[in-house]
Design a protein around this ligand. Structure first.
Ligand code: NCD
Length: 336
């Protein structure tokens, strides 16, 4: 029984009904997401890729921030689950005429949407929406400010599991702009829950939040040291759109200290994999020889993103339906 009020993303019997953050979710639930995603990878390799799990359901993609991979893989995931998908073009929507977020959402609810996939610049936006939407509409967080990006973290976990056999016992380094990265935060929670041996966060002091170690990771300023014994190296983009002040001397200085080159990668375990959530900036955080090299699984991450998003959408919809049935049953019993 779920008694934690902060677990707004779970039904009373502990099933997923929204997916807002990896923080606080159990190992069993995260593993269920990965196992479900694994089963969808095989359906993706068939000539007919669709399964009917969300037939008759309507998913609205609401991206208040730009996106290439996340938005298109959510769209493909919804289509491959046979849902109808509505891609709201925020730049051309009434948001630009001053309509509030909640007014936009209430209008979409009036169109009988069953699920909102939301990306927003404000940390906490998805949680806020989940608290205020009509019951039985599932909210999937596609990135909120610098807070969380749970589906990205889970596709990263699936990538590690498929390429390294498991997450348990692995040493993982997350490198670069940790300060502004919602991806890093969601990864740290998921890696710890799934039993990684050590999570290292690496970057200049200006890009490593002081309290980051409280999340369950070790801060490194020396990239060479952090690469030692590493099984997985995750590179992050410098998120300049979120930087209010100059936090770096220069991009070339950053690349010299924290850019991943073939020479630097040789300091990690020989079979280490290289990951990046994208978009990559070649020559800023990663050199092309590494991004396109044999240890890179960056494009595999993108492919697995479809399966993970299918898994999360299917699980949340099914959680919503079971909750609705339980409510109807309880109502029937009190009326009888
Ligand atoms: C990330 C994001 O938007 O947080 N990208 C993504 O979803 N693939 C990371 C980034 O923008 O650098």
């Amino acid at each position: 029984m779920n008694t934690d009020p902060s677990q707004i993303q779970l039904t009373a019997d502990g099933r997923l009904k929204h997916f807002l953050t990896t923080e606080g979710l159990s190992k069993d639930l995260l593993t269920e997401i990965l196992d479900t995603a694994d089963s969808f990878i095989s359906t993706q390799e068939r000539s007919v890729k669709k399964v009917p799990l969300l037939r008759g359901k309507t998913v609205a993609n609401l991206f208040f921030e730009n996106s290439t991979r996340t938005r298109s893989t959510f769209e493909l995931a919804a289509k491959r689950l046979s849902a109808d998908i509505l891609n709201l073009d925020i730049q051309r929507s009434a948001t630009s005429k001053g309509e509030t977020l909640m007014d936009t959402l209430w209008n979409l609810e009036a169109m009988y949407s069953d699920m909102f996939v939301v990306r927003h610049a404000d940390s906490g936006a998805a949680h806020f929406i989940a608290e205020h939407v009509t019951p039985n509409v599932a909210i999937i967080n596609a990135g909120d400010g610098r807070h969380a990006h749970p589906t990205q973290a889970m596709l990263d976990m699936l990538t590690i599991r498929r390429h390294k056999g498991s997450i348990e016992g692995k040493v993982v380094a997350i490198v670069g702009d940790i300060l502004h990265s919602r991806v890093a935060r969601s990864q740290i929670h998921a890696l710890n829950t799934l039993g990684a041996a050590e999570v290292r966060v690496v970057g200049p002091a200006t890009l490593l939040p002081r309290d980051i170690e409280a999340l369950g990771c070790k801060a490194y300023y020396d990239f060479n040291l952090a690469l030692r014994d590493c099984d997985v190296v995750i590179m992050l983009r410098l998120q300049k759109e979120r930087m209010q002040n100059a936090l770096l001397p220069s991009e070339s200085e950053f690349f010299k200290l924290y850019g991943l080159t073939t020479e630097k990668l040789a300091l990690a375990n020989p079979d280490a994999i290289v990951m990046h959530p994208g978009p990559i900036n070649r020559g800023v955080e990663i050199e092309s020889a590494v991004a396109d090299g044999p240890q890179s699984v960056i494009l595999n991450q993108v492919s697995y993103g479809i399966a993970v998003r299918m898994a999360v959408m299917a699980m949340a919809m099914s959680g919503q339906q079971s909750e609705q049935q339980a409510e109807q049953q309880a109502k029937g019993e009190t009326e009888a």
